[in-house]
Write a protein of this length. Structure first.
Length: 163
């Protein structure tokens, strides 16, 4: 595709990238990945081939998106957030299929958060910076801590929720 910006230092294999997206310095995108329109992929990001990203997604620097990750539209992924895709990793031993992790529309993952494999982060949920997510996160909820625990719900606009 030609309707997106790619910094000269980015290594982008044969993949789908939507119009209006921006791929910045030292990004690596492997063959088969799919990115929607108007995404902003910041410097030093790695995206494996079995990753699907919706429209208007921001992925900040230092993030690796591993096979099996599904990211909805309007998602924010903070700097150095960490995703995993293998519950029992061993060097040189790979599962036939990697765990699928889903981040639903409008969710935000804070800086340095860790998301274990096979989980679902609900629509417009917020994972606080530095949290370790070990189970699914309900839509419209805020979680924080290690392990991440529910703190409160948001309203449909993602703010002013109740306890």
């Amino acid at each position: 595709m030609s309707g997106y910006f790619k910094h000269w230092s980015a290594d982008v294999a044969a993949c789908e990238i939507g119009d209006g997206s921006r791929i910045w310095q030292f990004v690596v995108i492997l063959s088969g990945a799919r990115l929607g329109k108007y995404c902003n992929i910041c410097a030093h990001v790695l995206i494996e081939g079995d990753v699907v990203i919706g429209d208007r997604v921001t992925v900040k620097s230092g993030v690796q998106l591993w096979n099996g990750l599904r990211v909805g539209s309007d998602v924010f992924i903070g700097p150095n957030a960490t995703f995993t895709n293998d519950r029992f990793p061993r060097s040189g031993v790979y599962p036939a299929i990697f765990s699928q992790t889903v981040i639903e529309e409008g969710a935000s993952i804070g800086a340095g958060a860790v998301v274990l494999p096979g989980l679902r982060i609900g629509r417009r949920a917020l994972v606080a910076a530095g949290s370790v997510v070990t189970r699914d996160v309900a839509p419209l909820s805020l979680v924080r801590g290690n392990p991440a625990r529910h703190v409160r719900f948001f309203n449909e606009e993602g703010q002013n929720g109740c306890e």
